[in-house]
Ligand binder design. Structure first.
Ligand SMILES: [Zn+2]
Ligand SMILES: [Zn+2]
Length: 242
């Protein structure tokens, strides 16, 4: 259904808030639950965007790194996340992915826009590649949730999403319930760059809806680097930290 029609329908039939159930939500959340969405601290690791346990003055040009990145740097050049993964966002994201509600891409992208749009806009000319679904899962779900979010956020930043660049060539089990090592094993060899010429020499932003242990992202980055991009950065709507 056209987005305009959906918007008009939602005005006529106000939705229930996905967190507390009260009527009158127009971005998936009522205004009270919306005010509970946490925004991450501006003091982040310059590489992996982990919140740092000390504060520093931002925009001075000095970069700070977390202990993990100094010991074992991740396979990307930069990262950014809009929101910590907790309620009420967790509920909205769950409904978006598993509840057959692709229209929630709009409100979710809106929640992430303030952080992600300017960060993406600084990567002029970058290719935005959403983490792909296996064609079988795409068939059952009907949409790639990461693609829908990436398209909206990249659009705000004047970047293009190139969907077919990366493909999931093996249908993996869900990562839920697996530990970090098992997650790494589960996605090993699951991705391939389908259009290496499009990646060579370019700045690439890999986009996912949520990053937990980062096993999927690391595996995608490994494949992307084989196609010799200029840089690889990672962006996601949500991130969990251990
Ligand atoms: Zn609510
Ligand atoms: Zn770090």
């Amino acid at each position: 259904m056209a987005e305009k029609t959906m918007a008009a329908l939602r005005t006529l039939f106000p939705e229930k808030c996905l967190n507390c159930g009260s009527i009158g939500a127009n971005t998936g959340l009522c205004s009270r639950c919306h005010s509970h969405v946490r925004v991450p601290s501006p003091n982040l690791c310059a590489l992996c965007a982990r919140p740092l346990d000390f504060t520093y003055e931002v925009d001075t040009g000095t970069e700070y790194f977390c202990g993990q990145c100094r010991l074992d740097p991740p396979p990307y050049d930069a990262a950014m996340y809009a929101l910590p993964y907790d309620d009420p966002i967790r509920k909205v994201l769950h409904a978006f992915k598993f509840g057959g509600s692709p229209y929630l891409a709009g409100p979710l992208a809106q929640l992430g826009e303030e952080t992600l749009a300017p960060w993406l806009a600084r990567r002029k000319g970058a290719l935005v590649a959403p983490v792909p679904l296996h064609w079988r899962r795409l068939y059952w779900r009907g949409y790639n949730h990461s693609y829908l979010l990436a398209k909206r956020l990249a659009g705000k930043a004047g970047l293009r999403v190139e969907e077919g660049v990366l493909a999931r060539i093996r249908n993996t089990d869900a990562q839920i319930g697996l530990n970090a090592r098992q997650r790494g094993e589960n996605v090993k060899g699951a991705f391939a760059v389908m259009a290496p010429a499009q990646v060579a020499g370019r700045d690439v932003v890999l986009f996912d809806d949520i990053i937990t242990t980062g096993a999927t992202v690391r595996e995608c980055c490994k494949e992307l680097w084989k196609a010799k991009p200029n840089s690889v950065a990672v962006a996601a709507l949500c991130k969990t930290w251990d």
